[in-house]
Ligand binder design. Structure first.
Ligand code: NAP
Length: 282
């Protein structure tokens, strides 16, 4: 039964039907005995401004997902400095009637990396992709003192992102192949493309004829499937692997704390997200 004082948050994106976030957050609210609810707010491109006004009037906050993480910024009253540096917002908090934007993808990515025992300072990362997620990941790594090389299908996007990040980053220019960059010099490989995501699970963003290195940590941002073909190949050569579910859980936990002011019950969120993922797969 919905009470008059129930607080609400939601997910702005298009499409949003398969999101794990409602299950993850509603389980966390229940665990802490909070009368809060996480709604899906399906929002086509031309309805973002209207949806945000609805959030301002009736919600404590929202998550923002594909394809609105960049375009939403123009509609917010304030954007925190870290999100400004990344150029993307995935979490909104309503504070005294103002819409304030944050990015919890970047610290969520770093939290999962640290949990896997990878210290980023002084290391070298190769990032596949130059979209919103790559931008968050590359910014967080560069800020942590990790050198970053970006490879993208449209090479110009990689060059643009690298320029924004400064001297610690470079983007592979048009015509450059992955085997031209001496992959062995890297410590961390990040897949920030959707290649390998359900239902095209046989695809792999790393060339079949190029070996993966045993000393790498291979981090795939995809969480469906939890074990992508890239991660399976990495496991086969003895590399350390991290799947995207951990980033999803950590970014969600950070958003939860921004909204409620309470530490997030991470284990509950992990169990709920895993269960929802299994249910989606059925
Ligand atoms: P995005 O902004 O649309 O960017 C997609 C990137 O992937 C672009 O660089 C694009 O290259 C590249 N790409 C797309 N299709 C490709 C293909 N067939 N071959 C090679 N490259 C391709 O998307 P995003 O928000 O960055 O998300 C990227 C991935 O990260 C998705 O799988 C998403 O689910 C995942 N993600 C996970 C989390 C998490 O919490 N685990 C959070 C955010 C995102 P072009 O520039 O050439 O188009």
């Amino acid at each position: 039964m919905m009470g008059p004082t129930r607080s609400r948050v939601g997910l702005i994106g298009w499409p949003v039907e398969h999101s794990l976030s409602p299950a993850m957050h509603n389980a966390a609210f229940a665990e802490l005995g909070l009368d809060w609810c996480y709604d899906l707010l399906p929002t086509p491109e031309n309805a973002v401004a209207t949806q945000l006004e609805r959030v301002r009037r009736g919600y404590q906050g929202a998550n923002v997902t594909v394809p609105h993480k960049l375009s939403v910024i123009q509609h917010l009253d304030r954007v925190d400095q870290a999100a400004q540096a990344i150029g993307a917002v995935n979490t909104i908090s309503v504070q005294s009637g103002e819409l304030v934007g944050y990015n919890t993808d970047a610290p969520g990515f770093m939290a999962a990396l640290a949990a896997a025992g990878f210290a980023a300072a002084g290391r070298q990362a190769l990032i596949l992709g130059a979209g919103g997620a790559a931008c968050a990941v590359a910014t967080a790594l560069a800020q942590a003192g990790c050198a970053v090389t970006i490879h993208n299908r449209r090479p110009q996007q990689a060059v643009v992102l690298a320029r924004r990040l400064g001297p610690q980053a470079d983007g592979l220019p048009p015509g450059a192949r992955l085997d031209d960059v001496q992959p062995s010099r890297f410590d961390l490989l990040v897949n920030a493309t959707p290649v390998g995501m359900w239902p095209a699970i046989d695809a792999c963003p790393w060339p079949d004829d190029l070996p993966l290195a045993a000393h790498w940590t291979v981090y795939d941002l995809i969480y469906n499937p939890t074990r992508t073909r890239l991660l399976a190949r990495a496991e086969d050569v003895g590399a350390t692997t991290i799947g995207g579910l951990e980033m999803l859980i950590h970014q969600g936990a950070l958003a939860f704390t921004l909204w409620t002011g309470r530490p997030a019950p991470v284990e509950t969120m992990r169990a709920a997200a895993t269960m929802a993922l299994q249910a989606n797969a059925r």
